[in-house]
Design a protein around this ligand. Structure first.
Ligand SMILES: [Zn+2]
Length: 109
């Protein structure tokens, strides 16, 4: 009966398509608002991190300063060096044509 039936139920498919079409736009419109809360959360997390870091710095100021001073990253090739002398020597030998960064100007190698 089905194969011979020349009249399948056509009225069902058009309404479904319309429903789907209607359902799509709300989903799209619901998409854009979501990034805003995410950004808020990220910024909040960043603020929390900063505050935590500041607290840590206040507690271990000398340690943090010493640790920060121990790591010098070459501005040209990104090589990390433990002290400014090494950094300056590296810079002068590897990048003689590049002007010294100001932080190395007063370093005596
Ligand atoms: Zn370098």
């Amino acid at each position: 009966a089905r194969t011979a039936g020349p009249v399948p139920p056509p009225p069902r498919s058009p309404p479904e398509r319309r429903r789907r079409g209607r359902a799509e736009p709300p989903q799209r419109s619901a998409g854009p608002p979501s990034p805003d809360p995410a950004r808020k959360i990220q910024s909040q997390q960043k603020n929390a991190k900063k505050q935590a870091e500041q607290k840590k710095k206040q507690g271990h100021d000398q340690k943090a300063a010493a640790k920060a001073a121990l790591i010098y990253t070459c501005t040209v090739c990104r090589t990390q060096m433990p002290d400014p002398k090494t950094f300056k020597q590296h810079f002068e030998s590897k990048h003689p044509k590049t002007p010294l960064p100001p932080e190395l100007a007063d370093v005596q190698a």
